[in-house]
Design a protein around this ligand. Structure first.
Ligand code: GLA
Length: 387
């Protein structure tokens, strides 16, 4: 890049940072849309917030199935992608806040809170963070500087408006005895990248609740590694306030006992627990992150419900959701929020993960936006506890 281009990027960056220190978003949300009954977040009022992740189509208003549900069912929203490092700072110093601002606006209109997701992650983070001007691996100092600049800009823009941040996402390793994931952040900075990320987020907004977020951390092996991390952060006086258990689960896994033990173990550390990305897949859990041919899917019965969800499976899912919520309710002193990863089945990432192109039914609303048996079961559960 020429000197001129570099200066231009720096200038644009400074301009954007400057402009961002005075967010234009008004802070007192006024609900515009009347709530329809029954509505989930009111059903669980006093227990925990009920959230949903909003993807690009919902944020642009083009998903008309999602909009009425967004306006009524939830009191917390997470951007499915819009606040991740790649979309929000695709090039150094070039911040794209349009979609994230849109999320703030939608939340304001339905009187909901916003969860910032996510600041430091190995995935969906542009490569420039980890390369120096000569294309060589970045030094610790430069990586730290870039991480702090990113956090200060993003958290700073929404200071006082976003009350919870997933500061670090998925830092624990899935592999045997390996503790931390060999993320580019770990390679560039060392183990203290996690502590430094939390310190930077706290400096940018001292009132925000700061979370560590990860998947499968309810399972004993990963749970122990997570506890080791959380304890060490607490001992160092790092500002961390909660743990996000993602909750990408299935009809039969993990066990309720596993989930409850994890919630309580994290709670014992003095941390809040959020269920941050809940969905219950009804499909066979085989092959991880795989591209599987249509032929193989047929032969192995991997995509069994392309013509619709059989009533008995929908019922099984309803019971599973009920049982999960019973666990959350029993631990409502620890669990402060339950967020679904999507609004309706048609937009769930589970249709493409771990195998692309299947028809899953992981959420509470169907492809037409109608409540499924699982939704009705949760409303019934909420009613029964009021009696
Ligand atoms: C992880 C991330 C989320 C999202 C999901 C898939 O759980 O935390 O942001 O990318 O994977 O949608």
């Amino acid at each position: 890049m020429s000197l001129f281009a570099i200066s231009a990027v720096i200038l644009i960056g400074c301009f954007m940072l400057g402009a961002n220190s005075q967010p234009e978003i008004p802070s007192s949300p006024e609900p515009k849309v009347a709530a329809a009954a029954p509505n989930l977040h009111e059903a669980f009022a006093g227990d925990f917030e009920i959230g949903a992740a909003l993807g690009g189509q919902t944020l642009s208003g083009s998903d008309s199935t999602a909009m009425p549900l967004v306006a009524t069912q939830f009191n917390s929203f997470t951007g499915e992608n819009c606040m991740k490092p790649q979309p929000i700072q695709p090039e150094e110093g070039v911040f794209r806040f349009e979609e994230a601002d849109n999320l703030m606006k939608i939340a304001r209109e339905s009187g909901a809170n916003v969860v910032g997701h996510t600041l430091v992650w190995h995935s969906q983070t542009p490569g420039w963070f980890f390369k120096d001007a000569d294309g060589k691996p970045v030094s610790r100092e430069l990586a730290l500087k870039r991480m702090r600049t990113h956090i200060a800009a993003v958290v700073g823009r929404y200071k006082g408006q976003i009350k919870q941040w997933d500061v670090v996402n998925e830092a624990i390793s899935d592999n045997g005895s390996e503790w931390l994931r060999p993320s580019p952040w770990l390679k560039a900075i060392g183990e203290d990248y996690i502590a430094e990320a939390f310190r930077a987020a706290h400096a940018a907004d001292p009132d925000a609740l700061l979370l560590y977020n990860d998947y499968n951390i309810e399972n004993p092996g990963k749970r122990e590694k997570t506890i080791k991390l959380l304890k060490s952060l607490k001992e160092q006086g790092v500002p961390i306030h909660g743990v996000g258990i993602q909750g990408h689960w299935g009809l039969g896994y993990p066990s309720l006992e596993t989930i409850e033990t994890a919630i309580q173990e994290f709670g014992k550390l003095g941390l809040k627990v959020m269920i941050t990305e809940l969905d219950v897949s009804v499909l066979p859990a085989k092959y991880f992150g795989a591209d599987v041919s249509v032929q193989q899917m047929k032969e192995e019965g991997l995509d069994p419900y392309t013509e619709g969800l059989p009533a008995e499976v929908a019922q099984q899912q309803a019971e599973r959701y009920r049982a999960l919520f019973e666990v959350f309710l029993r631990n409502r002193d620890i669990v402060d929020r339950v967020t679904f990863w999507g609004v309706h089945d048609g937009q769930s990432w589970k249709n493409n993960f771990p195998i692309r192109g299947r028809t899953d039914y992981a959420l509470l609303f169907d492809r037409q936006g109608k409540p499924k048996p699982a939704f009705n079961e949760l409303v019934k559960l909420a009613d029964s506890k009021k009696k």
